[in-house]
Design a binder for this molecule. Structure first.
Ligand SMILES: Cc1ncc(COP(=O)(O)O)c(C=O)c1O
Ligand SMILES: N[C@@H](CCOP(=O)(O)O)C(=O)O
Length: 465
């Protein structure tokens, strides 16, 4: 399998080269040259596989430069850290299927990909006798999942930017209480969008990127998206064993467009009709739901909400979808992205029909979120976090009779305890890993959202051979 850039400016690379490159060197995002198709017979044979076996089957369609035994070992090690053998268990409440993606070490769906990515990095760096300095931005969950994915790994230092006072207390503590010497947390005075823009702009300084051995853990990195494709396939297979109608809709709480883009890849990979609709659910930061509903992809201010990890306007992976929308034409994609950087908007009104064939969209207000958490708990005794509730609110609004609908539960409710407890009027029992976090020693730098300050910091603390 070869990988290309949405901007057309790189020679095709292999999977492992793509993983090490992170952001494409022409500033674009990396995609597989073709999306492999799975025939119905092969798909049916996957029914009985464990999550790890399925992950191998899916990923090996995209990876041909890691030997089979080694890929299987990387996968199996990555999911051994989850608290359940099922890795991403499916539960059923009322008319909904819910796939719980928060059973990894940091209690959010990011662990599914970042445990794997941390292990691939370690494997590749050992093989190449090299080191890496990871630079990433987080709105709360990617940061801790990435830190837990690489903490203590000898050949890696990690630098994570988070927006100061715009992540939940527990999210902050999950990151900053990891005091291993290879972990550097930086709180920036700004939003996640500022952090992500700084990270991308530093990656675009190719001389700096090479000299400092920079690596990417955000969904910029194709391996992130790939690992997330697996749980859509897994959920489809399990839902098919429960339902007479085999086609499934998915409702996905969306911020940086990474998770739902993984669903889009799964939809194109699987036999026709396996995934029917992708419901894109946003909080009040609704650029993506406006894009689907009106073809209006235009920035507005990032507003803080009860689902802080989705407080994002400039959705990184949207560029990947745009590439497909624009007939896989890198020149048109580059022009559209240049226009977006210059004007803050892309007019997609002419593409509305196609976009609405791919997605349905809905926005949840703050009141919708707390009502959804409270009502669902009252009716079904199931407690969900505010990000999951954004998706469930959207799902209940758009559910079509007789069509199975699966919601992605993207974080454990305990990570956002205050909001959840206020909605259900009950004290939550927290998982052990996040009890007493506030008593632990923490380490974090506070900085202005200034690219040069961050560069100097990284340079000063970077690992070298
Ligand atoms: C808990 C949670 N739910 C949903 C999302 C949205 O996922 P994505 O950014 O891939 O759209 C995020 C992060 O963005 C998250 O941390
Ligand atoms: N919600 C994310 C934002 C970063 O997105 P990513 O998927 O590109 O890493 C977070 O929790 O940090």
């Amino acid at each position: 399998m070869q990988y290309i850039s949405t901007r057309g400016g790189i020679n095709p690379v292999s999977f492992t080269e793509a993983v090490l490159m992170g952001l494409a060197t022409d500033g674009g995002l990396i995609l597989p040259r073709t999306i492999p198709r799975i025939g119905s017979e092969t798909y049916a044979e996957w029914q009985e596989l464990s999550y790890q076996e399925l992950a191998f089957e899916v990923m090996s369609r995209f990876i041909d430069d890691i030997p089979e035994a080694e890929l299987r070992e990387l996968i199996s090690r990555s999911y051994a850290s989850f608290d359940t053998e099922e890795v991403v268990p499916l539960v059923h409440h009322g008319s909904l299927h819910i796939v719980e993606l928060f059973h990894g070490p940091t209690l959010a769906f990011k662990d599914v990909a970042l445990q794997f990515l941390g292990n691939i990095f370690e494997y590749l760096l050992e093989k190449n006798d090299s080191v890496m300095n990871i630079l990433g931005a987080t709105s709360g969950d990617t940061g801790s999942a990435a830190i837990y994915g690489v903490r203590g790994k000898e050949r890696i230092n990690i630098f994570i930017l988070h927006p100061h006072e715009r992540v939940s207390k527990i999210q902050e503590k999950q990151m900053t209480t990891v005091t291993d010497s290879n972990v550097f947390n930086i709180a920036i005075r700004g939003t996640f969008d500022d952090g992500q823009a700084i990270v991308k702009s530093i990656f675009n300084d190719l001389d700096f990127k090479e000299k400092q051995h920079l690596g990417a853990i955000n969904s910029i990195n194709w391996a992130r998206v790939l690992a997330q494709v697996v749980y859509y396939v897994h959920a489809c297979l399990h839902i098919a064993s429960h339902e007479s109608d085999k086609a499934t809709d998915f409702s996905v709480p969306t911020g940086n467009f990474g998770d739902i883009f993984a669903g889009y890849i799964a939809k194109r990979m699987l036999p026709e009709g396996t995934i029917r609709k992708l419901l894109l659910a946003t909080n009040s930061n609704d650029i993506l739901s406006r894009m689907v509903q009106d073809g209006d992809y235009s920035l507005s201010e990032v507003v803080p909400t009860s689902s802080p990890s989705m407080d994002i306007q400039s959705a990184s992976n949207f560029e990947r979808y745009l590439y497909y929308l624009l007939d896989e034409d890198p020149n048109r994609t580059t022009q559209a992205m240049t226009r977006f950087v210059e004007t803050g908007s892309i007019d997609l009104t002419d593409f509305r029909d196609q976009i609405q064939r791919d997605f349905v969209a809905e926005k949840a207000t703050e009141a919708d979120v707390s009502t959804c958490i409270a009502d669902f708990y009252k009716k079904h005794g199931y407690i969900m976090d505010p990000h999951t509730a954004v998706g469930v609110h959207c799902a209940l609004k758009h559910q079509r009779k007789g069509i199975p609908l699966c919601c992605l539960a993207t974080a454990h409710p305990g990570k956002f305890g205050d909001i959840v407890e206020a909605a259900i009027k009950k004290t939550l029992e927290l998982p052990e890993s996040i009890q007493n976090l506030s008593d632990k020693e923490s380490r974090c730098e506070l900085m202005d959202a200034d690219r040069n300050l961050i560069k100097d910091f990284v340079k000063k603390h970077a690992k070298h051979i």
